[in-house]
Design a binder for this molecule. Structure first.
Ligand code: PBG
Length: 334
């Protein structure tokens, strides 16, 4: 050992990293990653009716809300400094069909929610989910024929859905379907319809993940048969995620997303280093549910797990984070 022991048993070290961690003030100065309410987009579930609040049993503090109550939530989110809301519709079975026709209804639930939020909470950016599953009797993100998810025939449906949301006043459409070529197809359709100002947040690297379970319960949107592995990505792959992100950017994506977040921090980090558009990450329903489930058992502290998980997602390189913790985290930051 190069350093010499003193009489008190101390040794001489030039480098003592602990000096930078000695007090809270010093730790604040040394902090490399700082969360802000403006980093967050809150995912939310909208349902039909008035004064409806139906809790989602697997997701503590999360509920399906009718538009009137959703407006209150949006107001609260906006007042807390949260940047955006990402909307998913709960579609009654009677309005589901093979072609997800309801998704293009100009007076449909999601469109109605978008226009009312735009009117009442103009400061909040609105992101609209684009995929067939909430509207489809098959529960898949694209069109099902036999046991196949048909790529190209899904694209016009996704484009019509995007235009309907654009008409209602959405700021960004967020295609979560993972069909090939949909970003270019949707971009062209939006431009031709006069919505060149509407952005596209592409779920570029969306993995076939077990962590979406609670979400599918919330929307009652689980695939009726099969799984999503022919369109969502294999969790084992990272190079493919880069390929997907670069393709979506070529096709016109304004922002690309990695989903889920917590188990894919390496993918977030790599994509951040490869692209110049903003990178979003989605801390999905299962990630949220796991933290609360462990906390309910008394095994971890939910508030600290929230902060640590979100800080890690930002540290990995996410510029924007979709999280069900958005409100709680924003409150904690106040
Ligand atoms: C489907 C969609 C899913 C989620 C967002 N959009 C589920 C799926 O792909 O089956 C998951 C979100 C979450 O788990 O929080 N278009």
């Amino acid at each position: 050992m190069a350093s010499k022991k003193t009489s008190q048993g101390r040794i001489r070290l030039t480098q003592r990293p602990r000096r930078n961690r000695r007090t809270e003030a010093l730790r604040a100065l040394m902090r490399e990653t700082v969360l802000q309410p403006g980093d967050f987009i809150l995912p939310a579930f909208v349902m039909e009716g008035k004064n409806q609040r139906v809790p989602i049993s697997s997701m503590k503090n999360q509920a399906r809300l009718s538009i009137d109550l959703l407006l209150d939530l949006c107001k609260e989110a906006s007042d807390l400094g949260i940047s955006g809301i990402n909307l998913y519709p709960v579609v009654p079975d009677a309005k589901k069909d093979k072609y997800a026709k309801e998704s293009a209804n100009p007076n449909g639930l999601l469109q109605d929610a978008i226009s009312q939020i735009k009117a009442k909470v103009p400061g909040l950016a609105i992101f609209g989910d684009v995929a067939m599953d909430p509207y489809s009797t098959d529960g898949h993100d694209g069109l099902v024929m036999g046991d196949e998810i048909i790529n190209d025939a899904s694209l016009p449906i996704l484009a019509e859905m995007s235009i309907a949301q654009a008409k209602a006043g959405v700021d960004f459409v967020a295609p979560s379907d993972m069909m090939d070529g949909r970003i270019g197809y949707i971009r062209k359709a939006l431009d031709e319809a006069g919505y060149e100002h509407v952005g596209i947040l592409s779920y570029a690297a969306k993995y076939a993940s077990v962590f979406y379970g609670p979400f599918r319960e919330a929307l009652d949107s689980a695939p009726r048969s099969g799984d999503k592995k022919t369109y969502q990505m294999d969790p084992a792959n990272k190079r493919e995620a880069i390929r997907e992100a670069l393709l979506d950017i070529q096709e016109g994506a304004d922002m690309v997303m990695v989903k889920p977040a917590g188990a894919y921090l390496d993918v977030i980090s790599t994509i951040r280093s490869k692209v110049t558009v903003p990178v979003a990450a989605f801390q999905v329903s299962g990630e949220y549910a796991m933290i609360h489930a462990a906390a309910e058992k008394g095994w971890i502290d939910a508030a600290r797990a929230m902060t640590e998980s979100l800080t890690s997602i930002k540290r990995a390189g996410a510029d924007v984070i979709l999280t069900y913790f958005a409100l709680e985290m924003a409150r904690a930051l106040k």
